[in-house]
Design a binder for this molecule. Structure first.
Ligand SMILES: [Zn+2]
Length: 182
């Protein structure tokens, strides 16, 4: 089966089967690590940045609860670390890819846009994240199309089943839904 043609994936470009296989492997590994991080006080989201040769640059979890900062989503933590490693605020010359256990929220979409990252692969779509956890992922109209205009490739719904299980486990274990009161 050509995975490209499967409607399973949400994408803004012609993603190759090799890319999907690689992203599936990485995101599955990240999903499997969520319970471990959650047990140490992290939120149930992980992000990793890889270079074009498949070398891991950084891997970060969400640290909103344990670092007491609502900005500390996994994606933002990973972007900040990568920029420190490469000593630049503009990662665009490095052809880096971001792998995330769930779709980026509205804040992280902004952070990704400003970072110079070239590709984004994500697991659980926001709608599912909201259904399972009660987090508010924000309003993100046509973000895949907007990223396409800016030359940023996106492919989502990768290893999403494993991600949904990890999020359910997070909730079932009584972990915090850290969000502002409304
Ligand atoms: Zn976020």
């Amino acid at each position: 089966m050509n995975k490209n043609t499967a409607e399973k994936y949400i994408t803004n470009y012609a993603v190759s089967d090799d890319e999907i296989d690689n992203a599936e492997k990485i995101i599955n590994e990240l999903q499997a690590e969520i319970p471990n991080y959650a047990s140490k006080g992290h939120g149930p989201f992980l992000a990793a940045i890889y270079d074009k040769n498949g070398k891991l640059i950084v891997k970060c979890a969400n640290t909103v609860k344990n670092m007491l900062c609502s900005n500390n989503h996994a994606e933002i933590n990973a972007i900040k670390e990568a920029q420190q490693i490469f000593k630049t605020y503009d990662l665009s010359g490095l052809d880096l890819s971001l792998y995330i256990t769930s779709e980026p929220c509205m804040m992280c979409i902004g952070a990704i846009m400003w970072s110079g990252l070239k590709s984004v692969y994500y697991g659980v779509p926001s709608k599912k994240v909201e259904e399972i956890t009660g987090f508010d992922e924000g309003f993100k109209q046509d973000w895949l199309e907007e990223f396409k205009k800016r030359g940023i490739k996106v492919c989502g719904n990768i290893a999403a089943e494993a991600g949904e299980k990890a999020l359910k486990k997070y909730i079932d274990e009584g972990n915090d839904i850290y969000k502002p009161a409304r």
